[in-house]
Design a protein around this ligand. Structure first.
Ligand SMILES: [Zn+2]
Ligand SMILES: [Zn+2]
Length: 353
């Protein structure tokens, strides 16, 4: 596997994508380059030697295999799960991207680059916690806030045409009275709706670790800011390749479309006193998909054995917080693991070689 690193041509520092300027920037000497130009002109295939799949003893607590990569800048070992493809070296903060996770069958068609910085995410988080009177102080601990991570989350974007036919029984009720009687007149109508609706870019996250409800609550993302994928946007952020493929994500997208087709057609029926469904049929005529990475800031934390999850849409700044998170263990594997094993092997390397 080949590692991409983003060395500053001026000072050798680790370059990062800057959400404010949308350029790739060196935090040490402030050199700044256009993402496409930088990636095209600087062959960043690192001198780092990536190790292959690791032996069976290097696994997470529940036996997920871990991959070991050797940092090209400090030779420290970086441990990561199978799907993690962009990370920071835990020893020297060098930004490392594993090319194979984002090329070939894993090459995203598009990416929405981060628009908000980590500082923005921290500020929003602080304000959110302060506004909740009952949230314990520990949530404002600086070390803790530092755990907020910028992550590119893999998304499948589905396009489809749904055809709809529905029949309903509508009623119109009129009442009036004279001196003797109250009259009620009920007219019955046969109401029909037939048509098609086109959907574009309905997102479904392609990640086992990311809770689906969380990802849906961060929507919408502004797809007009979507650009063709370039590895340079990943510099300084975590990024995962998909581990749920398009065919397994399709049904969730189709279900979401079907639900809104029914609502959209029903919304066009107006003026009746009551409406009773007789039949509703939705069929998918055609569908296609694209693969994209979306920007999300995440803080996943445990306090008094309860899990808390905070996340911010890295493009729009929409913030969702305090969601009870049932998948916190899985979420933990979304991040690189600077494990004890790697620290020890690094120290051994450092002191004895
Ligand atoms: Zn520099
Ligand atoms: Zn390093």
């Amino acid at each position: 596997m080949a590692l991409h690193e983003y060395e500053c041509p001026a000072c050798g520092g680790a370059m990062e994508f800057n959400p404010k300027t949308q350029k790739i920037k060196c935090p040490y000497c402030d050199s700044e380059f256009d993402v496409k130009d930088y990636v095209a002109n600087h062959n960043s295939n690192s001198t780092g030697t990536p190790a292959g799949e690791t032996s069976s003893q290097t696994t997470t607590e529940d036996n997920q295999p871990l991959y070991v990569y050797k940092c090209g800048s400090c030779a420290g070992e970086i441990l990561a799960t199978e799907s993690l493809g962009s990370m920071k070296c835990p020893f020297c903060s060098n930004n490392v991207v594993v090319s194979e996770k984002f090329t070939g069958e894993f090459k995203p068609d598009f990416i929405i680059p981060f628009k908000h910085t980590k500082d923005d995410a921290e500020k929003t988080y602080r304000n959110f916690v302060k506004s909740k009177k009952l949230v314990p102080k520990v949530f404002l601990d600086e070390n803790h806030i530092d755990e907020i991570k910028g992550v590119y989350v893999p998304f499948w974007l589905f396009n489809a045409t749904e055809s709809f036919s529905g029949t309903y029984e509508g009623t119109k009720v009129r009442t009036w009275s004279d001196s003797k009687y109250i009259y009620t007149e009920t007219k019955y109508y046969d109401v029909q709706r037939v048509g098609t609706e086109d959907f574009e870019n309905v997102p479904v996250d392609g990640s086992k670790e990311m809770p689906d409800d969380l990802m849906e609550s961060l929507e919408p993302f502004d797809k007009s800011a979507m650009v063709p994928f370039n590895m340079g946007y990943l510099a300084g952020f975590l990024a995962n390749k998909y581990n749920v493929d398009a065919s397994n994500s399709r049904q969730r997208a189709i279900d979401r479309m079907k639900a809104s087709v029914v609502d959209d057609f029903k919304d066009t029926i107006k003026g009746y006193s009551s409406l009773r469904k007789i039949s509703e049929n939705v069929a998918t005529r055609s569908s296609a998909y694209k693969y994209a990475l979306y920007p999300v800031y995440v803080l996943n934390t445990t306090w008094k054995e309860k899990n808390y999850l905070f996340a911010m849409n890295g493009q729009t700044g929409k913030f969702v917080g305090n969601l009870p998170c049932s998948k916190s263990r899985a979420m933990a594997y979304y991040f690189p693991i600077a494990g004890v094993i790697s620290l020890i092997s690094f120290l051994v390397y450092f002191f004895f070689l």
